[in-house]
Design a protein around this ligand. Structure first.
Ligand SMILES: Nc1ncnc2c1ncn2[C@@H]1O[C@H](COP(=O)(O)OP(=O)(O)OP(=O)(O)O)[C@@H](O)[C@H]1O
Ligand SMILES: [Mg+2]
Length: 380
């Protein structure tokens, strides 16, 4: 049997590479097809080093050829990984690069209590489930919630020696490495820090920590658009930001401010997109009903209005609150509508990171010497 290259190409159009959105041919992943009788070698180029995504691509290619072309074809899949642009660029970034960390994603909201920490924790778990190496920096110095959400509130990061220097070792659970100011304060102790002290503590958790190799470091920001946000952006080259909002007008107004903060010329951190949290309520006993308690699709409309991607919607579900309180993020489950909504959010976010890294230069850590930038944000 002589295999036909066009038929193979058509078959490959039915599958996509995780995180790349388009099909394998459109996304440019397919490099070459070589056939000899009933043998075929497919060359792919992927932009992610995650082993699990490579394996998945291999299996999908074999399946597609067996199902759509010839079920006895001998298929060999060769995969090369295009050096992710950010990796080489990170080392060139002026300011302080963080060796080994490929992408830093800041999660912000403007308004407090809209679910940043919940979304960040579940995004982290979802990324880890997809095979990425993930770290989470809980940068909410006023109300750190990371240790509780990951059920590690009683742990203390140990100090390890790395290249002759003492480094803090993040606490790991569910495949996510976590550092939080909450590890260093008593649970009932109010942390009222002035900007410079907070910035110093955060800097230590960023640069004096042994994060190792990470595909993603997620940064859970405190609410607002204040000086702590600026100091984080001064310290690290943030790949992009995710804005969380409920569909409610007051939250949307603050989400818009957060978007403007990142887009300010002096800050210039790409906004990867908006996530709508508490998008609707579905009671457990009426799974087909959706109640739009905070309004319908407000964050989706905002994203369209201001021209930033919409990353997904997370419903308001009692079990999500409960899973946060007991420290078992809901995204750990498989196949529930809730974990599916986090998977969708995560896929879209990864896709935006990949396209951001393809199309834009790396972000430089910003240098702001006055708080002028901050008041400009507040006045927008
Ligand atoms: N989609 C949801 N369904 C149910 N409960 C939720 C949802 N999202 C968040 N919550 C709950 O709402 C509360 C606030 O969420 P969370 O702490 O994640 O918000 P935040 O934006 O990080 O708050 P802060 O501004 O204080 O940092 C938590 O008790 C959390 O469990
Ligand atoms: Mg929070």
């Amino acid at each position: 049997m002589k295999l036909n290259k066009d038929e193979i190409k058509k078959a490959l159009e039915t599958i996509s590479v995780a995180g790349e959105g388009q099909n394998m041919v459109e996304s440019g992943a397919l490099q070459n097809i070589v056939t000899f009788g009933d043998e075929v070698v497919v060359d792919l180029k992927l932009s992610t080093p995650a082993l699990h995504i490579k394996k998945r691509a291999e299996v999908d290619v074999m399946k597609a050829i067996h199902e759509h072309v010839y079920n006895k074809a001998k298929v060999e899949v060769k995969i090369t990984v295009e050096a992710p642009q950010n990796k080489s660029n990170v080392n060139e970034i002026k300011g302080k690069p963080i060796p080994g960390i490929q992408n830093i994603i800041a999660v912000a909201s403007g308004k407090g209590g809209v679910g940043k920490s919940t979304v960040t924790a579940n995004l982290a778990v979802s990324l880890s489930k997809m095979g990425f190496k993930v770290g989470l920096l809980d940068a909410d110095i006023y109300g750190p919630s990371g240790p509780i959400m990951f059920d590690v509130a009683n742990e203390k990061p140990l100090s390890v020696k790395k290249d002759g220097k003492s480094k803090m070792k993040p606490i790991e659970n569910y495949g996510v490495k976590l550092l939080s100011i909450g590890f260093f304060t008593k649970p009932d102790q109010a942390v009222i820090w002035r900007g410079p002290m907070a910035a110093k503590a955060l800097n230590q958790m960023i640069f004096d920590a042994d994060w190792g190799e990470l595909d993603f470091l997620l940064v859970d920001l405190p609410p607002g658009t204040g000086d702590i946000h600026l100091s984080i952006m001064q310290s690290m080259p943030i790949t992009g930001s995710v804005i969380v909002s409920t569909p409610q007008n007051v939250a949307l107004a603050d989400a818009k401010k957060a978007v403007s903060m990142f887009q300010q010329e002096s800050i210039n951190v790409p906004v990867l997109g908006i996530c709508e949290n508490m998008a609707y309520f579905t009671p457990a006993e009426l799974p087909d009903h959706k109640y739009y308690i905070f309004g319908e699709k407000g964050a989706k409309y905002l994203s369209e209005d201001i021209g930033v991607p919409f990353l997904g919607e997370i419903p308001l579900v009692q079990s999500l609150r409960e899973s946060g309180d007991v420290g078992r993020p809901a995204a750990l489950q498989e196949g529930t509508p809730l974990s599916d909504s986090f998977t969708e959010l995560t896929r879209n976010t990864v896709q935006q990171v990949v396209s951001r890294n393809k199309n834009l230069p790396p972000t430089e850590a910003i240098k702001i010497t006055t708080m002028a930038g901050c008041s400009a944000v507040k006045n927008k």
